[in-house]
Design a protein around this ligand. Structure first.
Ligand SMILES: Cc1cc2nc3c(=O)[nH]c(=O)nc-3n(C[C@H](O)[C@H](O)[C@H](O)COP(=O)(O)OP(=O)(O)OC[C@H]3O[C@@H](n4cnc5c(N)ncnc54)[C@H](O)[C@@H]3O)c2cc1C
Length: 266
């Protein structure tokens, strides 16, 4: 259910990397709003007097919302200074979601790079609650180096219930995990395209090369869902800030089936 600006309280803040924190928020007020959002959607979070910014949900719960926030500029750095019991306002949820219902019975291939793993965490939190509805779940996550790995606590759980493949671009000799680009581990996996859907979120360059790798493995474009984190302002398809070739990323996306957006130029 879409809501206009509502006040939330920070109930938990967990440092993930030097630049990222995971925030858990709960609605406050006598008339407690009913929370309902889907993996892939986003909220506009405001920093009073500074501005607001979109953040993808990275939880799946009726009691709270979680966001992973990376400090980049004024809004994000202000939000990162907030602590549990501080209050903030959000509006949403906005945008399209991953078609979880439609994909029931399939195997899922979930590929994330860097902060792009945040929206995919929302998908995985959904899958933790609906594990029996899906076949195998293959995860391929790439981070720049071991210090940049997000959601380390979740990774332990995901390693148990999904097929987790975690890699870093570079690491000191003492590192015992996989080193190499995420596209390399996807290619080496030898996955076939049978009864599978793929979800990708990450930097544009990573999305581009991941799709080339998937094509080599025999995947079709209508099996692939991508999430774009393009710069946006209003979040509701009014201002045109996030438009790509006639599509509003905020309203028509941020999750798109790849065959619908391939070849679109920014
Ligand atoms: C649908 C969507 C979901 C998002 N989800 C998350 C999330 O879960 N966690 C998170 O930390 N961030 C997320 N972002 C990005 C976040 O909205 C921006 O980092 C934020 O708007 C930056 O605001 P600022 O005032 O702090 O920085 P600004 O001063 O606006 O920007 C600081 C620097 O960051 C660059 N920048 C800003 N926004 C983006 C962007 N979208 N992509 C690439 N570079 C950018 C600017 O060019 C500039 O160099 C999402 C964006 C979108 C559109």
């Amino acid at each position: 259910m879409l809501f206009k600006s509502e006040t939330f309280k920070i109930v938990k803040k967990e440092k993930q990397t030097e630049d990222d924190c995971l925030f858990r928020l709960e609605p406050v007020g006598k008339k407690k709003i009913k929370l309902s959002y889907e993996p892939g959607q986003f909220f506009q979070v405001s920093a009073p007097g500074i501005g607001e910014a979109p953040f993808s949900v990275c939880s799946y719960d009726k009691e709270f919302i979680e966001f992973n926030i990376r400090g980049l500029g004024d809004v994000t750095n202000h939000l990162l200074k907030l602590e549990p019991s501080d209050k903030i306002c959000l509006r949403g949820p906005y945008g399209t979601s991953y078609p979880m219902e439609q994909l029931k019975g399939n195997s899922l291939v979930i590929i994330g790079g860097g902060t792009g793993v945040a929206p995919l965490r929302g998908v995985l939190k959904y899958l933790e609650k609906h594990r029996a509805d899906y076949d195998r779940v293959h995860l391929f996550f790439g981070f720049r180096d071991p210090n940049e790995i997000l959601f380390k606590k979740d990774m332990e759980q995901w390693n148990r219930i999904f097929d987790l493949n975690l890699t870093v671009d570079k690491a000191p000799d003492s590192y015992t995990g996989k080193v190499g680009l995420v596209t390399k581990i996807v290619e080496e996996s030898g996955l076939n395209n049978k009864k599978k859907a793929v979800m990708i979120c990450g930097p544009p360059i990573m999305i581009k090369f991941t799709i080339l790798t998937l094509e080599k493995l025999g995947f079709h474009h209508d099996q692939i869902f991508v999430s774009f984190e393009r710069r946006m302002k209003c979040g509701v398809g009014m201002c045109g800030h996030c438009m790509i070739s006639g599509l509003y990323v905020c309203k028509d996306g941020p999750v798109f089936r790849y065959d619908k957006v391939k070849g679109l130029h920014e």
